[in-house]
Design a protein around this ligand. Structure first.
Ligand SMILES: Nc1ncnc2c1ncn2[C@@H]1O[C@H](COP(=O)(O)OP(=O)(O)OP(=O)(O)O)[C@@H](O)[C@H]1O
Ligand SMILES: [Mg+2]
Length: 293
């Protein structure tokens, strides 16, 4: 039997060529995308997916061409939230066409492919060893998705990242320095502490961190039309990156996400907050404000 040190070069696997080919396909596929923004946190359940979809909606309403890649392959939520669970994947002119929401946001989400009653399985070389392959397989899958779908001409491609501070940097590594990061926290010290770790980890690499959004910042009571306290925590986040805005908790937003009907109420506190953050995002990316459809 050959030992590890007996293998010459890539052992005949052509792995380097395969990686280079995939990289070229990804670069070509994303050539028409002006900006790449990953929405992460490190902390789970803070509203990354909700804000990704609703910020995309606010920007789309301004005429921007937007797509979302739900990079949470094991816990995809964009398909349900955006109402495209049953979307069909059909051939486009060169590659696979991206499913679209009724307002024209292209979305790839594993939730359109795999029903919620099933989990995403990766084949493993040997029983009980899936943990050694999982990250590799996940990023190989991300590469396949980036290379196989028609992203076309976009002003912005948003990545909805899974939780995990260490995974946030893995995505930064994989997506490369073109991708900027928008981080989401909630006003609890527990969440802020994890987001601070993501900021620290990202600061070691070349990716730009645009800032953070504080979600669930107060509770919006529709009965009394007032913002009430939700988390009792020190006012300042202590995060040394710009704050692009705060979004209150609004039960209607959660209900709309569950029902697959994104909330579009510009005159509510959530709507105004999203408008503000959308503008901050445009300013920090220096996207011109001319409407495009
Ligand atoms: N501002 C808000 N008002 C009301 N509900 C919200 C708000 N933000 C998020 N939610 C709800 O909180 C839950 C968690 O949000 P979401 O799935 O977006 O978090 P996440 O950070 O993407 O989670 P994960 O780490 O699992 O990917 C969802 O049910 C969502 O609808
Ligand atoms: Mg999510």
């Amino acid at each position: 039997m050959k030992g590890y040190h007996d293998i010459v070069g890539d052992g005949g696997s052509r792995v380097l060529e395969q990686v280079a080919e995939q990289r070229t396909r990804i670069t070509d596929g994303l050539a028409g995308v002006r900006h790449l923004v990953a929405v992460g946190s490190g902390k789970g359940g803070v509203g990354k997916s909700t804000l990704t979809l609703h910020l995309a909606g606010a920007l789309r309403a301004r005429g921007l061409r937007i797509a979302i890649l739900d990079a949470d392959f094991n816990g995809p939520t964009q398909a349900r939230m955006a109402g495209i669970q049953g979307a069909l994947f059909v051939p486009g002119s060169h590659k696979v066409a991206l499913p679209r929401t009724t307002n024209g946001i292209g979305i790839f989400s594993m939730g359109s492919m795999i029903p919620e009653s099933e989990s995403l399985e990766f084949e493993s070389a040997s029983h009980g060893e899936s943990h050694t392959w999982r990250a590799t397989r996940e990023f190989a899958l991300l590469g396949e998705i980036l290379g196989s779908f028609e992203w076309g001409a976009l002003d912005l491609l948003m990545f909805d990242l899974p939780p995990g501070a260490e995974r946030t940097v893995q995505y930064a590594d994989f997506l490369g320095p073109r991708t900027s990061f928008l981080l989401v926290t909630i006003p609890s010290e527990v969440a802020r502490g994890v987001v601070a770790r993501s900021v620290a980890a990202l600061s070691k690499g070349p990716n730009r961190v645009l800032g953070y959004v504080e979600n669930m910042s107060g509770y919006y009571c529709r009965d009394c039309n007032a913002l009430k306290p939700l988390f009792i925590s020190p006012g300042s986040s202590g995060l040394e990156i710009p704050c692009l805005g705060t979004v209150p908790f609004d039960p209607e937003l959660a209900r709309h996400c569950d029902a697959g009907m994104p909330l579009a109420e510009p005159e509510t506190p959530v709507g105004r907050a999203l408008e503000h953050i959308a503008q901050q995002l445009l300013d920090s990316l220096e996207i011109d404000k001319e409407p495009r459809r």
